[in-house]
Structures are given as C-alpha cells and as structure tokens.
Design a protein around this ligand. Structure first.
Ligand code: URA
Length: 234
C-alpha cells in the first residue's frame, strides 16, 4: 500500500514545483484528487489520480544514484550539443536528473534522482547543503592566500564564504562551500591568479564519494539517503 501524504508533498516529490508553490496551486483550486478539487489539508497516495490543471501527475519509484563523473562528460542533460552526458553513464528506466551541476572538466560526486523535492532542497542555498572539493592548482597556494579564502572573496558582488579549508599539500587544497554559483571554485582560485589543474567534488552534504571508481555509479544505501534527507531539511 502506498503511504498517504499531504498532496503538496506528493506534488513536490514528483517534481511539479517546490512544496510552497504546490500549496499555492492547491489554494488556487488547480489540483484534483480522483476527480475532486482539493484543499490544503488533503492527504492522498501515489496510487490516486492526482491532477494539476487537469493534467495527470506521474509518480515513479524514486531512485537516488551517486556517480563519479569523469572529466569530459556534461552534467546538463538537456544540452543538445553535448557529445556525452551523465545519462550515458547511468542507465535506469526512470527519468532522472543531476542534482546541481559540475563543469564538464570537473570530476567527482554527482547525485542523480527523480525526487524533485530533494533536488530542490539540495540546490537551494537556504538549506546550506555543503559541497567539498579537492583542488589541484598549477602553482603552490600560499598561507596568505588560504587566509584570504577563509576571510571570504568577492565574486559577482557577493562575498563567498568557505565553510572549511585545508591545505593537504602546496598544490592540493580541500575546501567546503555551500554557495551554488556557476564555476565557483575555479572563480575563487582565479581571483587569486591561480589556475585549477584538476577539480574533484568529493562530498555532497553527508554523501562521500568514497572509493567509487571514475565513471562508475551506485544507488545510495538507505542509511545514506536518510542522512542526506535530514541534512537537506526533509
Ligand atoms: N566549482 C567549479 O568551479 N566547478 C564545478 O564544477 C563545481 C564547483
């Protein structure tokens, strides 16, 4: 038996919109369950006929897959010019999407799922889900530069704070951030005149890439999923 849940939660999980926006849709009288327009307190299950503006919402089994993305593979699945996207590496029957993006030249942990609500929570900066990267620079990074990163660097008119930074070796820096700007790590280092030779994401929230080989993927364990949801405020 499918579990009864609030309709706005089911809609958000199906990727219709955020839970708040789904609540608005319900208040606007746009959502029906088994033919009846419903109000905000209604519960339903994924076996019910739930419609938004008359259009049936599709509920699929939820999948959560961790991929170690190799260099040269595009993480935007909609790019028609990409030679190879992450979906060429992860074959599942469900329609899944990458949670956030990694540059084509960036490697490491990418989560793919069809859980729209988790995706929104992880990518929205207000939930503060952190990402940890290992940066390999061409030149040695000085302690003064580490200090500058620690104090925060202005990018696009905004001070970017790092949550943690560690120098593993002169050209290997590990840093944790929660901002989601495009090319953020490369741009932080570019602001210090450093060229990034290699960039690897090793953690996303509570997830750790561990010893997953490059190009390989695996489903999250139930424990990993539970921890990640909790960290994302779900
Ligand atoms: N920061 C970058 O510069 N690139 C990525 O792919 C991710 C974070």
């Amino acid at each position: 038996m499918a579990e009864a849940q609030r309709v706005q939660k089911l809609l958000a999980q199906a990727g219709i919109a955020s839970r708040r926006k789904c609540e608005e849709m319900i208040k606007e009288g746009r959502v029906s369950v088994n033919g009846t327009i419903v109000g905000i307190g209604t519960s339903a299950t994924t076996t019910d006929d739930i419609r938004v503006d008359g259009k049936k919402v599709a509920f699929e089994e939820k999948v959560y897959i961790m991929l170690n993305k190799p260099v040269g593979v595009t993480s935007t699945v909609s790019d028609p010019h990409a030679r190879m996207t992450v979906l060429d590496l992860v074959k599942v029957p469900q329609r899944i999407f990458p949670v956030g993006r990694l540059d084509k030249e960036t490697e490491g942990l990418l989560l793919l799922t069809n859980d729209g609500e988790l995706m929104q929570h992880i990518t929205h900066p207000s939930h503060g889900v952190t990402k940890t990267y290992v940066v390999n620079t061409e030149r040695a990074v000085s302690d003064e530069e580490i200090m500058k990163l620690r104090q925060g660097i202005m990018l696009e008119g905004k001070k970017v704070q790092v949550n943690a930074i560690e120098k593993h070796a002169p050209t290997f820096i590990q840093l944790t951030i929660h901002e989601g700007m495009k090319h953020i790590v490369r741009n932080l280092f570019a602001a210090l005149n450093h060229n990034v030779k290699r960039l690897v994401r090793v953690k996303l929230g509570t997830l750790d890439i561990g010893n997953l080989d490059t190009g390989k993927s695996r489903p999250l364990t139930p424990a990993e999923l539970a921890r990640l949801k909790k960290a994302a405020g779900l």
